[in-house]
Design a protein around this ligand. Structure first.
Ligand SMILES: Cc1cc2nc3c(=O)[nH]c(=O)nc-3n(C[C@H](O)[C@H](O)[C@H](O)COP(=O)(O)O)c2cc1C
Length: 605
């Protein structure tokens, strides 16, 4: 799909905003996109008047952001996730044909598969209409954004990172952010578990510099393929061919032998140094927290090629909801049949965006025997990127649809048996900030596939009364709100001014536990107890189940406060990602954004 087709398609469905006001690549443009994508009717934005005020520069290249601004946009650009999933399911269940008609209908499916494999062309692509080599290839000529105030520099946020294994047998495209260090050096933020990182170690061991080419733009399907969690060895552009019904067409990079799609807007080519690493970050990430400085590999740029009239594609990450909500939803649907090959009794699953995907999953299964839910949890925790999931709640086949938030919450709360909470430990996402150790941490599994529990075993007090009683015990408790008091496991949320381990507070509150089933503690600062969407985001981000869940006879406490040495946590705890207020004010004054205090509070801007 060419840029004009993408823009036309979005425009036709009223999904494109064009902003011609002069806006800066430093904070302004990302802030506008961030605010936009949180709106219920969000649109993609084309920024046509792009400047770098600090360096007195004006760019000719417009920036396209939020291209996956809604479910509708994803359907237009990728397809209907459920329909694609059904096609995958059909393939996975293909049996030898029983008769002539069967053979004929199967031929159709198999013939379509011919379009799956990417085609290597021997000519140049549109992405190579302009070629700049060596010192003429300058990253500062691209409108690369700095999204957040504490970011370590400008980052390419929608880069398709093309790599191949040392023996050339495997190809990969991954969506990783890329930090600009200077005109010719680019950081490669492929995390420890990711495919390109595995390739990198092959090159490092062999002492051979690693060829990498970064594609930016082109058909939005490419970047969607880049984030799809396919296993190592499966080139994600196969998915492009499968979904689109036509092969991805690739051309060879000019200065290395990596193949890239012919129609991307920009290609940054180079080689990754396998001897040295550089400090990468901080970067305000899609967890809603900054990822801290860490060492990562970097690329020495050898060429930048581009179309004559390119667009520069970028995204903004931070607190949910964001563009990755819509990208992730399509991924979730399409991967259901593949997950079922590991967990055949899985009926459905759902990763709400405020659980930032890996922090929280809801799954529905058909249970056939005791321990079936736990068995499937183990399967999830052992399979690819699904193993990053920190908190899993499993419900039975009689549960409401997983996206009916209120109904499914009630179903769950009426079935939680505190004695059956399953706490384990394993791999967590490299971005997880709450585990005591990098990339290894607690897992919580809650099996709600059984019958409703008979009684809660507590007597309820009103919010005011309970808060008053708590404050008599500890003045650190600042506010309280109870949720779902009509279920067997009411949730009591409190905010505190923390100055000690919350285990001590929980122990002190023992006399009140006859009134509390599930106690969740958050910091007073930056949390609103009447904002469950952002509270879920906060809680599943901040806890490590092996450290932060405490039990009493009939109650459980979940400590979702910021951790420090008070809790035996010795790593650095990152800040939340927040907008720069002066930038928001200036955008409001110039009438480029239109938001009020309620919006800012709702999304903890
Ligand atoms: C907006 C966005 C930004 C991402 N940034 C990174 C990143 O910087 N590093 C990373 O390792 N994964 C990042 N990911 C996740 C990867 O794209 C995803 O895990 C993908 O499956 C990796 O591909 P691979 O398995 O081929 O390595 C990002 C995903 C999205 C949607």
């Amino acid at each position: 799909m060419q840029n004009n087709e993408t823009l036309e398609l979005l425009k036709k469905h009223d999904l494109l905003k064009i902003i011609n006001d002069e806006l800066d690549i430093y904070l302004e443009i990302p802030h506008v996109a961030y605010v936009e994508v949180k709106k219920p009717d969000s649109k993609a934005i084309l920024f046509t008047n792009v400047v770098d005020r600090k360096n007195g520069k004006k760019f000719d290249t417009p920036i396209l952001m939020n291209v996956f601004c809604s479910q509708k946009a994803v359907e237009l650009l990728i397809g209907d996730g459920d329909k694609i999933a059904a096609r995958i399911q059909e393939l996975l269940h293909m049996k030898p044909p029983a008769g002539f008609m069967d053979k004929i209908s199967m031929l159709g499916t198999l013939f379509n598969l011919k379009s799956v494999f990417p085609k290597k062309l021997s000519k140049k692509g549109e992405c190579q209409e302009i070629i700049k080599l060596g010192l003429d290839a300058k990253l500062s000529e691209l409108p690369i954004l700095t999204t957040w105030e504490q970011d370590g520099g400008p980052f390419i946020t929608m880069g398709q990172v093309y790599t191949k294994s040392l023996d050339g047998k495997m190809s990969n495209v991954g969506m990783y952010r890329l930090q600009v260090y200077d005109d010719h050096t680019l950081g490669m933020h492929w995390q420890i578990h990711k495919d390109s990182n595995h390739f990198f170690h092959e090159y490092k061991k062999a002492g051979v510099k690693m060829p990498v080419s970064i594609g930016i733009g082109g058909d939005p399907m490419y970047i969607w393929c880049g984030q799809a969690p396919l296993p190592i060895g499966v080139f994600e552009l196969l998915l492009y061919g499968f979904v689109k019904g036509k092969n991805a067409q690739l051309v060879k990079s000019i200065t290395n032998d990596i193949y890239i799609p012919r129609d991307v807007d920009f290609v940054i080519e180079g080689f990754v140094d396998v001897q040295n690493l550089r400090i990468e970050g901080p970067f305000g990430d899609h967890t809603g927290y900054y990822t801290l400085k860490e060492e990562y590999p970097f690329m020495n740029v050898t060429a930048i090629t581009q179309k004559k009239e390119p667009l520069f594609a970028a995204t903004v990450v931070g607190k949910p909801p964001l563009e990755d909500k819509y990208m992730g939803h399509a991924t979730e649907r399409i991967f259901l049949p593949l997950l079922k090959t590991t967990a055949p009794d899985l009926i459905d699953y759902y990763m709400p965006e405020n659980g930032v995907f890996h922090n929280f999953i809801l799954a529905k299964i058909k249970t056939l025997y005791p321990g079936h839910a736990q068995q499937t949890m183990h399967a999830f925790w052992g399979v690819g990127q699904m193993s990053f999931v920190k908190h899993a709640i499993f419900v039975g086949e009689d549960a409401p649809s997983l996206t009916e938030h209120d109904a499914v919450t009630r179903y769950i709360l009426n079935r939680i048996d505190l004695e059956e909470l399953f706490i384990s430990r394993g791999v967590v996402d490299a971005l997880d900030h709450s585990s005591n150790k990098f990339a290894v941490g607690g897992k919580l599994g809650i099996d709600c596939t059984g019958e409703e529990i008979t009684e809660s075993g507590i007597t309820l007090l009103s919010d005011e009364e309970l808060l008053r009683e708590m404050q008599k015990i500890s003045s650190s408790v600042k506010d309280l709100k109870q949720y779902y008091t009509d279920t067997k496991n009411p949730i009591c949320l409190i905010s505190v001014e923390k100055n000690r381990s919350q285990k001590e507070l929980f122990a002190e509150l023992k006399p009140l536990l006859e009134h509390i089933k599930i106690l969740i503690i958050v910091d007073e600062k930056d949390n609103y107890l009447d904002n469950p969407y952002m509270l879920i985001w906060r809680v599943v981000n901040n806890i490590d189940a092996t450290r932060d869940i405490f039990f009493d006879a009939n109650s459980v406490c979940v400590d979702a406060t910021t951790k420090s040495e008070l809790d035996g946590f010795m790593r650095e705890w990152p800040d939340d990602v927040t907008c720069t207020q002066s930038v928001l004010e200036s955008l409001k004054e110039r009438k480029i954004i239109d938001i009020d205090d309620a919006f800012e509070r709702k999304f903890l801007l």
